[in-house]
Design a protein around this ligand. Structure first.
Ligand code: FES
Ligand SMILES: [Fe+2]
Length: 424
C-alpha cells in the first residue's frame, strides 16, 4: 500500500529530505515518488543541465525535425537549409501552443497548428496572419535552446545560462568518439519503452551491473562482470583467477589500444561537476567483437575509421543517458521523466550510414541483446519503484564495491538540487 504522505511531499519537505540523505544510501522515498520531487527534478536537473537528447543523424537532411519532450518542457531540433542543427523551445510565440508533435517529421517550415504562425528553419517568424501591417515579426523569433553535438551525440540545455563545464565533455569525450564518426552513422532501429519507475531509479539501474549475472543472460554473454566492481574478499578461487586474468588482459589490451590511438583510461566527472559523465573502455567477453548474442560484429561495415580488431565497448554514462559504442555499431540510450513513476527510455542502434540492412547487417542480430536487456531492466525498475512506494521502504546501503557509481550519482543529485535552491 502507498504511503499517502509520500505522495504529497511539498517543496519544503523536498529540501529537508535532501539535507537528510545519508551518504552511501539510496534516497528517501519521496524524492523518488512524489509529484513535487518530479516537478523539482524537471526544473533543477532537466531544465538547468546538459541533457542528452539524440544524435546528429536523427536529422540527416534539411527540413528533418525531431521534437523531444524533456520533463514538462519540449524542444524541437531541426536541420536547416545550411545543414546546421538548431534547437528551439517547442513553444509558439503567439499563444504558446506546442509547435511540433513528439517524434520525427519533415517540413519546409515550422507551422503552428493553432493559428498557422509560420517559422523558417532558423526560427525566424515568416508569417503571422491577421496581425496587422505594423506587427514586427522580427520580435517573435523562436527561442533558441543551447545545443552541442559531441562526437555525433546531441546535448541540449534549456537554461539561458548552461553550465560551462560542457567543455569537459567536449574536450575529453569528443576526441574518444571521433574515430567512430557517429555524425556519418544512421539510426538502423529505434525503440521507446515506458518504464514504470522514477527516472533516478532508471539511472541507478544502468549505472551498476550488480544485477547483471542474475537478470541479463543475453548481455552477460559480452560483459565481464568483474568490470563493474567486486569484493576482493568475497571471491571464490575460480572467480579470483578470472579477475586476475581480466586485470592482466586489460594491461595488455591497454597497450594495444594506446598504439591504436584509443585512450584506455577511464574518465570520472561526477561529484562536484554540474555536467555529470563517466567513460571507460571495456573488453568485450566471448569473441570480443560486439554486444550481440554471438559476440561477433553485427555490421560488416565498421563505424568511421574503426576496424574490427577488438576496440572493445566504449561506455559513456551521462545525467540521463548511457551508451555503448563499439567498432561496428553503437547503442544510444536517453531517459526522460514523464511523471514521478514513469520514465521514457529511448534506444537507438546506430550503424555506418553506408551499411545496408539485410546485406551488411541483420536487424535481429543487431538488436537482440539490448531489446531483451531493456525489457529485463524495465521490470527491475518497476519492482524498485513499487518497493520505494511502500510503507516498509527505508533508504538502503549501496555496495561499496559494485554500486559506488550510484552513491556518487545520488550525491551529485543532492548537490545539484541544493545548488538550485531546493535544500533548506
Ligand atoms: S498559438 Fe501558435 S499560432 Fe496561435
Ligand atoms: Fe540492467
Amino acid at each position: 500500500m502507498l504511503d499517502e504522505k509520500n505522495l504529497h511531499a511539498d517543496d519544503a519537505s523536498i529540501g529537508s529530505l535532501l539535507c537528510k540523505r545519508q551518504a552511501g544510501h539510496t534516497l528517501p522515498a519521496q524524492l523518488y515518488i512524489s509529484q513535487a520531487a518530479y516537478l523539482a527534478d524537471c526544473d533543477a536537473i532537466f531544465a538547468k543541465h546538459w541533457i542528452a537528447v539524440g544524435v546528429d543523424c536523427d536529422v540527416e537532411e534539411p527540413g528533418d525535425v525531431i521534437a523531444i519532450e524533456i520533463g514538462t518542457s519540449s524542444i524541437v531540433i531541426v536541420r536547416d537549409d545550411d545543414m546546421n542543427i538548431r534547437a528551439f523551445h517547442n513553444v509558439c510565440l503567439h499563444r504558446g501552443s506546442r509547435l511540433v508533435p513528439p517524434g520525427r517529421s519533415v517540413v519546409g517550415k515550422l507551422v503552428c497548428p493553432y493559428h498557422q504562425w509560420t517559422y523558417d528553419l532558423d526560427g525566424a517568424l515568416a508569417l503571422a496572419p491577421q496581425m496587422g501591417v505594423d506587427f514586427d515579426r522580427s520580435l517573435h523569433h523562436l527561442k533558441p535552446v543551447a545545443l552541442r553535438s559531441i562526437g555525433g551525440i546531441l546535448y541540449a540545455c534549456l537554461s539561458d545560462e548552461p553550465p560551462d563545464d560542457i567543455t569537459h565533455l567536449i574536450n575529453k569525450v569528443g576526441p574518444r568518439l571521433a574515430p567512430y564518426d557517429l555524425t556519418n552513422a544512421k539510426v538502423a532501429f529505434e525503440t521507446e519503452i515506458i518504464e514504470d519507475g522514477n527516472w533516478k531509479l532508471t539511472m541507478e539501474n544502468n549505472r551498476e551491473c550488480y544485477h547483471c549475472a542474475s537478470n541479463h543472460p543475453e548481455l552477460s554473454l559480452s560483459f565481464h562482470s568483474a568490470d563493474f566492481g567486486f569484493d576482493p574478499e568475497g571471491l571464490t578461487p575460480t572467480e579470483k583467477d578470472e579477475a586476475d586474468a581480466l586485470a592482466k588482459a586489460y594491461e595488455e589490451q591497454g597497450k594495444i589500444w594506446e598504439t591504436q590511438g584509443l585512450d584506455p583510461t577511464a574518465i570520472e566527472h561526477t561529484v562536484g561537476y554540474p555536467t555529470n559523465f563517466r567513460m571507460q573502455r571495456l573488453i568485450i567477453a566471448g569473441l570480443g567483437e560486439s554486444q550481440t548474442m554471438d559476440t561477433r560484429a553485427a555490421s560488416a561495415i565498421p563505424l568511421g575509421n574503426m576496424t574490427m580488431s577488438g576496440s572493445g565497448d566504449l561506455h559513456l554514462w551521462g545525467i540521463n543517458s548511457w551508451n555503448h559504442i563499439m567498432a561496428d555499431h553503437a547503442v544510444i540510450f536517453t531517459a526522460f521523466p514523464m511523471g514521478p513513476g514513469k520514465t521514457l527510455v529511448r534506444t537507438k542502434w546506430l550503424v555506418n550510414k553506408d551499411a545496408v540492412e539485410g546485406e551488411d547487417y541483420d536487424l535481429d542480430h543487431l538488436t537482440a541483446v539490448w531489446k531483451a536487456t531493456n525489457a529485463e531492466d524495465a521490470n527491475l525498475v518497476a519492482l524498485a519503484h513499487q518497493g520505494v512506494s511502500s510503507a516498509g521502504y527505508r533508504p538502503g546501503p549501496y555496495s561499496p564495491f559494485t554500486e559506488r557509481a550510484l552513491d556518487e550519482f545520488a550525491t551529485w543529485y543532492v548537490e545539484r538540487m541544493t545548488a538550485h535552491g531546493y535544500a533548506t
